[in-house]
Design a protein around this ligand. Structure first.
Ligand code: HEC
Length: 113
């Protein structure tokens, strides 16, 4: 009995935290698409101008670091020698609200393998 009550509460906890994550994912994806980031960043091996979403997520490892990059508090780490191609976008990223930056980083970090 005790055991099933415990698993029920774990299940409940899991289910109640899901919508929040899903919501951020969708919001972040919407920003990504609206800003046309997919022109240069996609998932997988398709050749684009920018590094793939997996490569970026792997380099960053955690969302807090990516947030620092969005906010302009951190220098590029993926391909610094081509950072000029991100210059205009970095200005846009800096202007997003805190919540938008968080949503976007959550979305991009979801490609961590
Ligand atoms: C014109 C093509 C282009 C577009 C559009 C573009 N990027 Fe990039 N992005 C690049 C290139 C090239 C790099 C590699 C240079 C670098 O690492 O700074 C890069 C690198 C990055 C990195 C890794 C930075 C690092 O640490 O090196 C992030 C994060 C990123 N882009 C996010 C975005 C987001 C979010 C958008 C949409 C607002 C976007 N990019 C739109 C070309 C683009």
């Amino acid at each position: 009995m005790k055991c099933s009550a415990l698993s029920l509460s774990i299940l409940f906890l899991l289910l109640s935290s899901l919508p929040a994550i899903a919501q951020e994912y969708t919001a972040g994806q919407a920003i990504f698409t609206k800003k046309k980031c997919q022109r240069c960043h996609v998932s997988g091996d398709l050749k684009k101008k920018g590094p793939s979403l997996e490569v970026i997520a792997k380099a960053y490892q955690d969302g807090a670091k990516l947030l620092s990059y969005f906010r302009g508090d951190m220098e590029p780490i993926v391909e610094p020698e081509r950072a000029n191609l991100m210059k205009m976008r970095r200005k846009q990223l800096k202007k997003l609200t805190n919540q938008q930056q968080k949503d976007l980083s959550q979305y991009m970090m979801s490609f961590k393998e």
